[in-house]
Design a protein around this ligand. Structure first.
Ligand code: EPZ
Length: 427
C-alpha cells in the first residue's frame, strides 16, 4: 500500500492542467453498453483506479476495451456475453451499479451485486431499482444480487419520479429509457454537469432527450443507438481541490482546462474567504483558465452542501482543510451524506480545532497545523488530509492513498509541479 510523505510549508505557485472527470467518465463508459458500435472517448482519466475498474467490469460483460495514448479510449460491445456484474467488482466501486440500466435496456435482464454500505454513509440503491420498475422491469433481490428482468419486448417508456435527487439513479434511468419503447419522463432528476455530459453522449449516439440541466428529462426511446466520438469534460472536483491547494498554501496558481461554470459555488466561497480569483478566457464549452491568488490567511466561511448548483458534497472535506487554518469560526452542514466527516478527526490529530455533531461541523481556524501520520478513509477525505499536509509544520504521512488513486490522476506530481513536497512511497 502506498503512502504520501509531505513536507509542509512550501510555497505553491505555477500552472496545472485539470484532468478528465471521474464522475462523468464512469456513467459515460457504462453507456457504451447500449450500442454495438465503437464509442471513442478523448480526455478520459485512464489512470484512475475507478476508470480501470469500470473498464474491467465492462470487459467482463463483453466489451472490447482499447486504451490509446493521451486519454483516448475505444469501447465496443458487439454482443453482451454476460449480464452479471459480479460482487468482486461492485464491492470495490459502487458506481458499478450504473451498468444495471444499460444491461436491462439492451438485453432485457441484468444481475448486479447489491453494493454494501460505504465509509460516507449507507448509500442505498432503492431509487435506482424503483426507476427500473417504473420502466416495466421486475426486480428481485437474490443471494446479494439485484435480479432485474423486463417484460417480453423490453422496457416500456414510463414516468420515473425520484422522491430524492440522485445522480446515479438519474443516470441509470436515462440509460434505461433511451432504449425503452415510447416516451419516458424523469421527474426530480439530478442537474449535475455529469448528467448533462451523459445526455450529450447519448444524443451523439442517436438518443432523443430534452431537459438536461433541469429537474425534468423527457426521452423518446429508440430501437438502437450507434457509435460516436466524445470528449470527457474536465473534473470539477479535481479543479476545486487544486483551487483549495492555492487557498490553503496562500499561493498563486492557475488551472488550465478548468470547467469554469461548474466550480462557481466553490469560487464564490473562496472569494468570500478573501482569496482573489480571476477567470481567464473561456471557450464555448465553458472550459478555460482560473487563477487563484491567496496572499493572506483565508477568512472563515460557512458552508452547506447541496445538489448542483449548490456547494458540492465532494468538496466539503477539502474546504474544511482550508477552514482549519482560516481566521475565525466556520460552520459546515452536510446535507447529502450522513457520515461524511471522517476527515475531521484526522485534521484534529494535526492540530485542527473541529467539533462534529451529527451533520454539522464547527471549525475554529488555528494559526498552524502540525504534521502527523494520518489515515485516509475515503477519496475526498484523503484529498483533505493532503491539503492539510501542504501547510502543516513538519512532515505528514497520509496512509491508504489507494482511496486517492480512485479519483485523482497524478495528484502528487501535479502538486510537486506547483512547488509542494509530496512523494509517494510504498509503505
Ligand atoms: C454521485 O454518487 C457521485 N459518484 C459522488 O461522488 C457524489 O458524492 C454524489 O453523486 C453526490 O453528488 C459518482 O458520480 C460516481 P446520489 P451517487 O445517488 O450517484 C441517497 C466522489 O467522491 N440515495 O446522488 O451514488 C444517497 O444515499 C463520490 O467522487 C438513496 O437514498 O450519489 C445520498 O444520500 C462519492 N437511494 C443521496 O441520495 C438511492 O437509490 C445522493 O446520492 C440513491 C441515492
Amino acid at each position: 500500500m502506498d503512502i504520501f510523505r509531505i513536507q509542509g510549508g512550501r510555497p505553491i505557485s505555477g500552472t496545472v492542467r485539470v484532468s478528465g472527470a471521474k464522475n462523468a467518465a464512469l456513467p459515460l463508459m457504462a453507456a457504451t453498453l447500449l450500442s454495438e458500435e465503437p464509442i471513442r472517448f478523448a480526455g478520459a482519466p485512464t489512470r484512475l483506479v475507478d476508470v480501470q475498474t469500470m473498464g474491467r467490469l465492462l470487459v467482463s460483460l463483453g466489451t472490447e476495451f482499447t486504451e490509446r495514448r493521451g486519454g483516448e479510449l475505444v469501447l465496443t460491445t458487439p454482443t453482451i456475453e454476460d449480464t452479471t456484474a459480479a460482487y468482486d467488482l461492485v464491492r470495490t466501486m459502487r458506481a458499478s451499479v450504473l451498468v444495471l440500466g444499460p444491461l436491462l435496456a439492451r438485453c432485457g435482464q441484468a444481475r448486479v451485486s447489491m453494493p454494501g454500505g460505504c465509509a460516507i454513509g449507507s448509500r442505498p440503491v432503492d431509487l435506482h431499482l424503483k426507476a427500473m420498475e417504473s420502466l416495466g422491469a421486475r426486480i428481485e433481490v437474490e443471494s446479494g444480487y439485484v435480479v432485474a428482468r423486463t417484460p417480453p419486448g423490453g422496457l416500456v417508456g414510463g414516468r420515473v419520479v425520484f422522491e430524492k435527487i440522485t445522480v446515479g439513479g438519474t443516470e441509470n434511468a436515462l440509460m434505461a429509457a433511451v432504449l425503452a419503447r415510447g416516451e419516458s419522463v424523469i421527474e426530480n432528476a439530478a442537474r449535475e454537469p455529469e448528467i448533462v455530459a451523459l445526455v450529450e453522449l447519448l444524443r451523439a449516439m442517436g438518443a432523443e432527450i430534452e431537459g438536461e440541466g433541469t429537474h425534468r428529462l423527457v426521452i423518446q426511446g429508440q430501437d438502437r443507438l450507434s457509435g460516436c466520438r466524445f470528449e470527457v469534460p474536465p473534473d470539477r472536483i479535481e479543479a476545486g481541490t487544486l483551487l483549495c491547494a492555492g487557498a490553503i498554501g496562500q499561493g498563486s496558481l492557475t488551472l488550465s482546462n478548468c470547467p469554469v461554470s461548474h466550480v462557481e459555488a466553490l469560487v464564490e466561497k473562496l472569494r468570500e474567504a478573501d482569496c482573489r480569483l480571476k477567470i481567464g478566457e473561456v471557450n464555448g464549452a465553458g472550459i478555460g483558465e482560473v487563477t487563484i491568488d491567496a496572499p493572506f490567511r483565508p477568512r472563515a466561511v460557512d458552508v452547506t452542501t447541496g445538489e448542483y448548483p449548490g456547494f458540492p458534497t465532494d468538496m466539503q472535506a477539502q474546504l474544511m482543510a482550508v477552514m482549519a487554518v482560516a481566521q475565525g469560526r466556520s460552520m459546515f452542514t452536510e446535507k447529502i451524506f450522513e457520515n461524511r466527516y471522517l476527515h475531521a478527526s484526522e485534521l484534529v490529530r494535526m492540530g485542527g480545532d473541529i467539533h462534529v455533531e451529527g451533520r454539522t461541523a464547527t471549525i475554529r481556524g488555528v494559526k498552524r497545523l502540525s504534521g502527523a501520520p494520518v489515515t485516509a478513509s475515503d477519496l475526498r477525505a484523503s484529498a483533505s488530509l493532503v491539503l492539510a499536509g501542504l501547510v502543516a509544520h513538519g512532515e505528514t504521512i497520509v496512509r491508504r492513498i489507494y482511496h486517492l488513486d480512485r479519483g485523482y490522476e497524478n495528484l502528487e506530481i501535479k502538486l510537486s509541479k506547483l512547488g509542494a513536497s509530496v512523494t509517494r512511497e510504498a509503505e
